[in-house]
Write a protein that binds this ligand. Structure first.
Ligand code: THG
Length: 380
């Protein structure tokens, strides 16, 4: 045997540093053929049928292995105190059984992550994180501030069902009561004896749920139950899917590490609306955010319409945005061809002064320069 089996197709070594999800084998069998690494876990991003995958999400429903949306668990008397140090939202306002989308900020105001916070108990919180090492940041704070809290990664692995028929699929599997679950709220329950948290959430705007499996040894079992429910409710169009690069740009869902990172403050990456500076609560970044507000953010995250008559290749790394004079005033972070809008669209971070709706700029895609118009997000 030779390595790799095909010299033109380099292979990837799985292992302790590139972990497999509890759904790994099932996703493979369903045709997963391209992966990314996210929170030190491999995550399927494609099943090789981009048209069908988009159609399932927009018109039917699909099941996604998003176990790489790992949880950071804060447990103990100071769990809320630690969460509040990192969050510009008022964590006390999050009820037990509720989820809050919140930036996680360092003292300078840098966006360390943008998780959903789940309050399971007053002294038991989960941060359902994007791709950065929040656990280590939280451990550092807990140590430095001598907090009475245990920071860990629990055995909790989300499986998403997304699309307009997702609620019917979940109701078929769990029972009609799940239709009453409000957006970002969740229940702790069992599905045929498998312990799960069921939340109305998911990284699409097409509706759906995420099932956080609380026993990683039962991934195949959970997948099979959901798969069967999908086949019964959706029928032929049912199938696998993955976080969808097209839909998430159309809908304006953010991707930490793609659109922004800890070099950015929330005001320059569309997260300002989650920062409350006049509340009762205090947090590490508060002074920095007040100063940034006074000075005004240098950049803004904007929607860009790329004016080309044909589908352009997707941008997969930051590309320069220039003004009429050719001066670089920002970067295009991601772009796709939108079948729904029949347009090339993207998200960019550009100088605030240039961010007015309708402003026309240029995007250098490497393969050529196209006109880029600032438009509202979500794209219409
Ligand atoms: N679900 C769960 N964990 C996650 C994600 C998820 N971890 C990684 C990543 N996604 C975290 N980032 C986001 C980004 C956006 C949203 C959720 C998680 C999101 N935003 C909506 C919006 O911006 O319109 C809703 C915000 C609101 O109204 O509160 O859904 O998807 N478990």
């Amino acid at each position: 045997m030779t390595y790799p089996s095909d010299p033109n197709r380099p292979e990837f070594a799985f292992g302790a540093r590139a972990r497999q999800s509890p759904y790994f084998e099932r996703a493979r069998s369903a045709g997963a053929c391209m992966y990314t690494l996210y929170n030190h876990m491999v995550m399927p991003v494609s099943y090789g049928q981009p048209g069908a995958e988009y159609d399932r999400l927009m018109n039917h429903a699909s099941v996604w292995d998003v176990a790489a949306e790992r949880q950071v668990q804060l447990k103990g008397p100071d769990a809320q105190k630690l969460a509040q140090m990192m969050s510009p939202r008022d964590v006390a306002k999050c009820k037990t059984g509720q989820g809050f989308y919140t930036p996680i900020l360092n003292k300078a105001g840098g966006v360390v992550n943008d998780p959903i916070l789940l309050k399971l108990e007053d002294d038991l919180l989960w941060l359902s994180i994007a791709d950065s090492d929040v656990r280590l940041y939280a451990m550092g704070l807990a140590d430095a501030y001598d907090l009475d809290v245990e920071v860990s990664e629990p055995d909790a692995s989300p499986l998403a069902v997304q699309g307009p028929k997702a609620e019917d699929v979940i109701a078929h599997a769990f029972g009609e009561h799940v239709r009453d679950i409000r957006y970002f709220w969740f229940i702790q329950t069992e599905l045929q004896g498998i312990p799960v948290v069921l939340q109305r959430s998911g990284w699409s705007k097409q509706g759906g749920f995420e099932i956080y499996l609380r026993d990683g040894s039962r991934g195949a079992e959970l997948w099979d139950i959901i798969w069967a429910a999908g086949e019964e409710i959706v029928g032929e169009p049912w199938g696998p899917g993955a976080p969808n690069a097209i839909e998430r740009i159309e809908s304006g869902l953010f991707s930490w590490g793609t659109d922004f990172d800890e070099q950015n403050n929330p005001y320059e990456c569309g997260l300002g609306k989650w920062c409350k500076l006049d509340g009762e609560h205090d947090f590490l970044a508060k002074a920095a955010l007040i100063r940034i507000q006074e000075e005004g953010a240098r950049e803004a995250l904007v929607g860009l319409q790329l004016n080309a008559g044909e589908p352009l290749p997707s941008v997969t790394k930051p590309m320069p945005i220039t003004d009429a004079s050719g001066a670089v005033i920002g970067t295009l972070r991601a772009s796709v061809w939108s079948p729904r809008l029949n347009k090339n669209i993207g998200l960019g971070r550009i100088a605030s002064a240039e961010s007015g709706l309708g402003n026309t700029l240029k995007a250098d895609l490497g393969s050529g320069v196209v006109e880029a118009t600032v438009v509202g997000v979500p794209f219409a």
